[in-house]
Design a protein around this ligand. Structure first.
Ligand code: DX5
Ligand code: ZN
Length: 216
């Protein structure tokens, strides 16, 4: 299957949210960055925005939880129609239990790996995961510089797909038209992008460029 593009609404102009979401028509997935000011030093948005995005768009919603106690949010997110949820491995004592809980809600479950967290820490839970979110920046802000170590991590995860064919690899942070080809050839299934898309004049062209399609 070809690469999917998850547009992160974090960089949208929230005063024109409907217009912005409509302009993301070429994206496959909408990525929602939830930040609580504890796990990361930033606040983003919460349930009202998730609900609004769901009302505006019929695209799959991918909630990236950058929060402590992610287990407190999953019921409400499933209720709001989110299809994918990832949480950071460092934020829970019982990741296996939380993954089971997310899946029991009919939602795809993923674990996010910070740039300094190795793939090997996922060894025992990989059979349960629908996806891994490889962070290519330190979580908390959009428009940060891509950390190239993510590419080796994607390659490593990709080599494990023979054993875990269900596993999708999503990469998040600093993705743009200069690194997308390397990310795709390393084995990324889903590219997340905020600032690259939203700082461009034509979101569809930028999304197509991320797919590796030549755009004039
Ligand atoms: C960062 C978030 C990202 C962010 C990506 O903590 O998880 O999803 O929106 O933004 P860009 O694409 O600008 O790096
Ligand atoms: Zn994210």
């Amino acid at each position: 299957m070809s690469v999917q593009i998850a547009a992160s609404v974090l960089s949208a102009d929230f005063s024109r949210l409907k217009e912005e979401i409509d302009a993301l028509d070429s994206a496959d997935i909408l990525h929602l960055d939830l930040m609580d000011g504890h796990y990361v030093p930033n606040l983003s948005f919460g349930f009202p925005i998730v609900s609004t995005v769901h009302r505006i768009s019929d695209k799959p919603l991918d909630a990236h939880l950058m929060v402590t106690n992610p287990q407190d949010y999953v019921d409400a997110l499933a209720e709001l129609g989110v299809g994918w949820i990832s949480f950071h491995q460092e934020t829970v004592f019982h990741s296996h239990r939380l993954v089971q809980k997310i899946k029991s809600l009919g939602v795809k479950a993923g674990i996010a790996l910070n740039p300094a967290t190795p793939v090997s820490t996922l060894h025992d839970i990989l059979p349960e995961l629908d996806f891994v979110l490889v962070m290519s920046v330190n979580p908390g802000y959009s428009a940060q510089k891509f950390i190239p170590g993510a590419i080796a991590k994607i390659r490593q995860l990709s080599s494990l797909k023979a054993d875990y064919p269900q596993l999708k690899i999503e990469v998040d942070g600093g993705v743009n038209d200069s690194n997308c080809k390397d990310l795709i050839s390393a084995g990324a299934d889903i590219l997340v992008s905020a600032s690259y898309i939203f700082s461009s004049a034509n979101y569809s062209n930028s999304i197509n460029k991320l797919r590796g399609i030549n755009v004039q």
